[in-house]
Structure formats: structure tokens, C-alpha cells
Design a binder for this molecule. Structure first.
Ligand code: ASP
Length: 312
């Protein structure tokens, strides 16, 4: 069994040195390190991978820098529709919500779906009603709005960036900041969690890969825990997260080989850009991406964390 470890991401995309000034860069690095350190401490004190990824993603949802929870992107209609998923590699149980706008922490609602309902995925009003019935306090949808995200929508509109229009390619700028976490705990259990506001200017009702087990989130103690970020439609069509586990399970590929195949070959072949974070049962960590950058951090329990944004 490997050493307990956590990896987190805050989204992938056209993130270059030119995009961020030193102050912005520091804000991202500080946020990523403080959240990954919290996860490392939890693992060190023996908490489960499931609790660690849930808490890491909750903290990322609370951070306005990332496109999940507070700071989520806007739909075409200037609304927010949030998606999240959590999966337990020990039991293969999963819970998810999609298209919610009145739950402050979609990842906690996903966890409730997993533990308190017979279902895996609840959407929209039904998901919200379920969470309220479980004692979750409703919030106003504008809780998630930030001026930066509104500006992104206005820019996307001005640039004619219409995702999901077959004539127009999905735009790199429209998808940045989805969050996720994967962990291996001291008991040898794996877990994964992913949360997002989706893509700027998306059509109302659009659901991406993030809340779909196997697409944007997957965990199985037999292979790996995976959380994805990128052009959701392609991650759905390739079942990217599950594909990592399947290549390891059926193809005997290592984690690194499986990641290389999926992120550098299979996704780009369909026009998919982005990346993922993954941990296997031996405690190997992979954080591959085929875009210019991916906000990321990882660390073993008891060690100092490592953070990164750009390719080099
Ligand atoms: N994969 C997310 C989605 O398609 C977007 C992202 O990762 O930034 O909803």
C-alpha cells in the first residue's frame, strides 16, 4: 500500500505566464497550497480519502478564484448552474448533482445524494429539494456571482463564443477553474471529487463531464482515483476518468502510461483539451494536461506540498 497522498486541481486551459501578473499568480498558489496542506494534515491524522476530497473541494468551492461554488461562471442567460460529483473507491458508491443554483456547496449535496439517497445523480430543482430536506440551507443564486465571471460572459458574448454550437469550436477561455481532488488514505482507500460551474456562456440545461461518474470523476481501489477538467463534451464521449482506470485494470498500464494515452492521445484526437489529476493505490500521482496550464497541487501526508500552474 502506498503512502497517503492528495492532489487537487483548479482547472486547466489557456493559462500562460502572460495571463497572470505576479500578484494574481501568488493568489492562486497561496490558495492551492493552503487547501492541499489542509488535505495533507487530514490524511496524516488518519481521516478517510472520502472526507479529505470532500473537504478539499468544499474549500475550492468557497474560493472565488475558481469556477466552482463562489466564482462559478455564468450561463448564456446570466444564471449559474453548478455540477458536482464524489466517488468512493472502496465501495464504488458515487453521488452527484447537476444544474443546481441554490446550494452553496454542491459537493456536500453530492455527498448527501451518495449517502442519504438510493440514487447517484439528482438534477436541478429535485436535487435542491432533496438537499433542503436533508437540512441544507438554501442560498440565493447570486451568492456565486463575481464581477470577473460576469466580465468573462460579456467577453464571450462579444467574441461570439457560443459553446455547444456545432459550428463553433469550444473556446479555451470559456472553461477555466473547475476544481477537483483525489486522495489515497492510510487505509489504502481511494476517493475522487469534482465540482464546477461548467462553461461560460453555456446553454441553460447543459451538463458537462464533472458530475458524471466515469467521465469527470472516478475512483476505484483496484486502480485509481481521477478528477478531470477541460472541454467537458469530449471527456464525456471518451469517459476519460474511467478510461484511466480501465487501461490500468484491463491493459495493465501504469498510472503514468494510462494518463499519457488518455490526455495526450485520446482526448486531443477528438479535440479535447484540458487535463486531470490521478492517484493510484500505490500512491503514485499524475497531473497531466494538454492545455497551456492547469492549476494544481499535491503532497504526501507529512511532506511539503508542490504547486504548479504552467507547463514549464
Ligand atoms: N469540464 C468542465 C465542464 O465541461 C469545465 C472545466 O473543466 O473547466 O463543465
Amino acid at each position: 500500500m502506498g503512502k497517503a497522498v492528495i492532489a487537487i486541481h483548479g482547472g486547466a486551459g489557456a493559462i500562460t505566464r502572460a495571463l497572470l501578473n505576479p500578484e494574481q499568480e501568488k493568489r492562486y498558489i497561496d490558495a492551492l497550497s493552503s487547501i492541499v496542506e489542509k488535505g495533507q494534515q487530514m490524511l496524516e491524522s488518519g481521516e478517510s480519502a472520502l472526507d479529505v476530497v470532500t473537504e478539499a473541494v468544499r474549500l475550492l468551492e468557497e474560493c472565488p478564484l475558481f469556477n466552482a461554488g463562489i466564482g462559478a461562471v455564468f450561463t448564456r442567460d446570466e444564471t449559474h448552474e453548478l455540477d458536482a460529483c464524489v466517488m468512493d473507491g472502496n465501495t464504488l458508491k458515487a453521488g452527484a448533482v447537476a444544474g443546481v443554483s441554490r446550494l452553496r456547496n454542491p459537493i456536500l449535496a453530492a455527498r448527501l445524494v451518495m449517502e442519504q439517497s438510493p440514487h447517484v445523480l439528482l438534477v436541478g430543482k429535485g436535487a435542491e429539494q432533496f438537499a433542503f430536506a436533508q437540512g441544507v440551507e438554501p442560498v440565493s443564486p447570486d451568492t456565486f456571482s463575481t464581477p470577473e465571471r460576469l466580465q468573462q460572459l460579456l467577453d464571450a458574448r462579444a467574441g461570439g463564443v457560443t459553446q455547444l454550437d456545432h459550428a463553433a469550436p469550444l473556446d479555451e477561455r470559456a472553461k477555466m477553474g473547475t476544481v477537483g481532488a483525489v486522495a489515497l488514505d492510510k487505509e489504502g482507500n481511494l476517493a475522487a471529487a469534482t465540482s464546477t460551474g461548467g462553461m461560460t456562456n453555456k446553454l441553460p440545461g447543459r451538463v458537462g463531464d464533472s458530475p458524471l461518474p466515469g467521465a469527470g470523476c472516478y475512483a476505484n481501489n483496484a486502480s485509481a482515483a481521477v478528477s478531470c477538467t477541460g472541454t467537458g463534451e469530449v471527456f464525456i464521449r471518451t469517459l476519460a476518468a474511467y478510461d484511466i482506470a480501465a487501461l490500468m485494470d484491463y491493459g495493465n498500464l501504469s498510472l503514468a502510461e494510462a494518463c499519457e494515452r488518455v490526455v495526450m492521445e485520446k482526448l486531443p484526437a477528438l479535440g479535447g483539451s484540458g487535463g486531470l489529476i490521478a492517484v493510484d493505490r500505490e500512491g503514485n500521482v499524475a497531473l497531466p494536461f494538454n492545455s497551456e496550464g492547469m492549476y494544481r497541487a499535491w503532497g504526501y501526508a507529512g511532506d511539503a506540498p508542490t504547486t504548479g500552474i504552467y507547463r514549464e
